[in-house]
Design a protein around this ligand. Structure first.
Ligand SMILES: Cc1cc2nc3c(=O)[nH]c(=O)nc-3n(C[C@H](O)[C@H](O)[C@H](O)COP(=O)(O)OP(=O)(O)OC[C@H]3O[C@@H](n4cnc5c(N)ncnc54)[C@H](O)[C@@H]3O)c2cc1C
Ligand SMILES: C[S@@+](CC[C@H](N)C(=O)[O-])C[C@H]1O[C@@H](n2cnc3c(N)ncnc32)[C@H](O)[C@@H]1O
Length: 651
């Protein structure tokens, strides 16, 4: 049990900040008086429209008492489907036992405490708890300065509860007050137990209107108020992109995994979505892969790419588990080192990603796989493979999704009303929200022609399974990959061996040379499987060519499209001041978005990207971090080039 808390007069006391969390006798009453009453939550909850969302952000989660009181009030006021999202920040998480001693005997909130304590754990830096159909809690277990970089949400109400400013000045900074101002809903209110000068001045300067009231019981005074003049200046990527359309309809160009999963994510939010596809069917292009492996080549670095891959694997596995329909072959995936460097790093990677992978010695691996493997490898027990085409088909069956095939969109034009006309030359569609999910063709549209996408040919080889090869129980990846057997539409049992990387070829025809490359790679990293397939006498069943769509930093491009020249012009200050701040009136093309550049990892990249994009488009809070969303921003390359002074003359 950590010793950051002790008991003084039966009240929990922080040994770090030398202050009490709340009084033993009056904790609940104080929370209700200061935070609920002064944010006028009862009236505001009662007035929430059907399916409305209300977000509270708190500084200082502590025991969660404020949260439980807010939850109880929400529960007593609301029954029309509206939702409460409570976001809190905590640098020194309490243990379950400590929470238990602080909360378990408070009968008026016991019902809520019981549900909450079951889910509580502070093992990860960000925890998201769906505590009931309408109430969710996200806690950022980190210093407030770090949380400000991560949280992407707008508060309807603020609870400022971070110990007395005199004892804890780090919690009450000008940066935090300004951040609050940028992340306030237009009718946001705040309340705090303190009326310290530093807090009053900070909030006032950040655009809040302030009222002083008597404090709780013997405390002299407290303050509360509302946002009057929201601060507009912020860092380029922290600018939220609101979708201003009231219509919940969207049109998506491209019916690969990216387009279909975007459609599904929006359809789940009650949007009506039309997906337009050039081919005569969905998932005929790159996304028609019969055995897509959930595979992330993680490294030991703390890079944006690794954070995305880790979040992507978690999301993909959870999504497929929940989606069901027997699509997910959760065989487990083994990743063996393709070179000496990676071999040396395996232990560090396994330690860093212990929630996903473990390092397994070759003997044990051979038993798990069913065939001898000479090297150790990382074992991702929760991963496996999925037929990408089948996944797209199942997702597209959602009642809110309408698919139109055999239409190659050639034009996207803004309408005079600010929406979009898209046309294939003979037919036109009109919508306020359009997503370009056209893989490598995304930047053929003039609005998106600044996206640095690169096409890389890849070929997969299908080999007939043998009695011996069918023993393969897990996907095995190295500098290529091989999957356990599956049955194709002709009833043949086969294995997929992948895949080539041809940077220069644009041929869509399956080639013998590419088959040879795949087979030779297999022979070198997994000779037992090569032999099990009858070695050089293996029976070739065919192959498949696809074109990966990649970006210079291997992260996808997901987010709003901008008007390039105005955008470059707006950010030119960055050439002389990399920390410059900008106001929120950004030259985005309203309602136009892209999701592309998913490279070799369609499953983990498309599914997570679609969820993030749907949240952005639907103006939702994101529990995934702002930093993660920023790292996918399609306009990051423009910013990079502005900083490098690539655009010497600005428009
Ligand atoms: C050889 C190979 C092996 C792979 N293996 C794996 C794997 O094991 N695991 C994994 O997760 N990922 C794998 N991938 C990657 C994965 O297949 C892709 O990342 C994913 O399919 C990309 O989906 P997408 O929707 O972005 O693109 P696409 O599937 O290319 O879809 C884009 C769609 O847009 C349509 N379109 C384009 N222009 C227009 C237009 N103007 N109008 C209308 N429609 C248009 C196209 O016809 C196409 O259907 C592999 C890729 C390759 C090439
Ligand atoms: C008064 S307690 C909060 C009580 C809490 N709201 C409740 O309902 O129990 C203040 C909390 O702020 C946390 N805290 C203090 N400084 C912080 C910082 N810089 N970043 C994040 N959390 C911090 C403390 O660890 C403590 O748990």
């Amino acid at each position: 049990m950590s010793d950051n808390i002790r008991w003084i007069n039966n009240s929990p006391f922080s040994t770090i900040y030398k202050d009490i969390y709340f009084s033993k006798e009056y904790g609940i009453e104080e929370s209700e008086y200061v935070f609920l009453h002064h944010n006028k939550l009862k009236d505001r909850f009662l007035q929430l429209g059907a399916n409305a969302r209300f977000t509270i952000i708190e500084s200082g989660f502590g025991t969660g008492l404020n949260f439980l009181c807010a939850w109880k009030l929400f529960d007593s006021c609301v029954s029309n489907g509206s939702k409460l999202h409570f976001i809190s920040i905590e640098k020194h998480p309490l243990t379950k036992e400590q929470l238990h001693s602080c909360l378990s005997e408070r009968s008026s909130i016991h019902k809520y405490y019981k549900k909450f304590i079951k889910s509580y754990n502070a093992d990860s830096k960000t925890m998201h708890y769906q505590l009931s159909a309408n109430v969710s809690l996200s806690v950022y277990f980190m210093d407030i300065s770090e949380a400000m970089q991560q949280i992407r949400a707008s508060a309807n109400a603020w609870f400022l509860d971070g110990f007395a400013p005199a004892n804890n000045p780090e919690m009450w900074t000008v940066d935090f007050f300004n951040w609050m101002s940028v992340h306030s809903h237009k009718e946001a209110t705040f309340a705090t137990f303190t009326a310290a000068r530093i807090v009053r001045d900070g909030l006032q300067n950040a655009g809040f209107s302030i009222v002083k009231s008597p404090g709780f019981r013997y405390k002299r005074d407290m303050i509360s108020g509302y946002i009057k003049n929201p601060r507009k200046k912020t860092k380029p990527w922290n600018i939220p992109v609101a979708n201003n359309s009231n219509k919940k309809t969207a049109t998506i160009i491209g019916a690969g995994l990216s387009g279909i999963s975007c459609a599904y994510a929006l359809a789940q939010r009650n949007w009506k979505v039309t997906v337009i596809e050039d081919s005569s069917n969905i998932a005929t292009g790159t996304s028609g892969n019969l055995q897509g492996v959930i595979y992330a080549k993680l490294s030991e670095h703390n890079s944006a790419l690794n954070k995305f891959l880790e979040a992507g694997v978690t999301h993909c596995v959870n999504f497929l588990d929940a989606f069901g329909k027997n699509l997910f072959n959760k065989t487990g995936v083994i990743q063996t080192a393709a070179d000496e460097y990676y071999f040396q790093k395996q232990e560090a990677i396994a330690a860093k990603y212990y929630e996903h992978a473990s390092l397994v010695e070759s003997q044990e691996l051979s038993v798990m796989i069913g065939l001898p493997l000479a090297v150790s490898g990382l074992y991702f027990a929760n991963c496996g493979w999925v037929n990408l085409g089948d996944l797209c088909k199942e997702l597209s069956k959602h009642k809110n999704i309408n698919i139109e095939t055999s239409s190659k969109i050639t034009h996207i034009d803004q309408t005079s009303a600010g929406g979009w006309h898209i046309s294939d030359g003979s037919k036109t569609w009109e919508d306020a929200t359009v997503i370009i999910a056209a893989g490598n063709s995304a930047n053929t549209f003039k609005q998106a022609n600044y996206l640095p996408l690169k096409s890389i040919r890849g070929q997969i080889t299908y080999i007939a399974a043998t009695k011996q090869s069918k023993k393969l129980a897990k996907c095995v990846c190295s500098n290529g990959y091989v999957t356990p057997s599956a049955i194709n539409s002709m009833g043949q049992e086969f294995h997929s061996i992948g895949a080539t990387f041809d940077l220069h070829s644009t041929s869509a025809i399956v080639s013998t040379n590419s088959h040879k490359q795949n087979i030779n790679k297999l022979k070198s990293y997994f000779p037992a499987m090569f032999e099990a397939l009858n070695g050089d006498a293996m029976q070739l069943l065919g192959g498949r060519v696809g074109f990966r769509c990649t970006t210079p930093d291997y992260l996808p491009v997901v987010g709003p499209i901008v008007e390039t020249s105005r955008f470059i012009n707006k950010f030119k200050k960055l050439t002389t001041n990399a920390n410059a701040e900008f106001n929120q009136d950004m030259p985005y093309l309203p309602g136009l978005y892209v999701s592309s550049g998913h490279g070799s990892r369609g499953l983990i990249s498309c599914l997570l990207s679609s969820e993030l994009l749907a949240k952005v488009i639907n103006n939702e809070d994101c529990i995934e971090s702002q930093t993660l969303i920023n790292s996918l921003n399609p306009n990051r390359f423009l910013i990079r080039d502005v900083k490098r002074r690539v655009y010497s003359s600005f428009v």
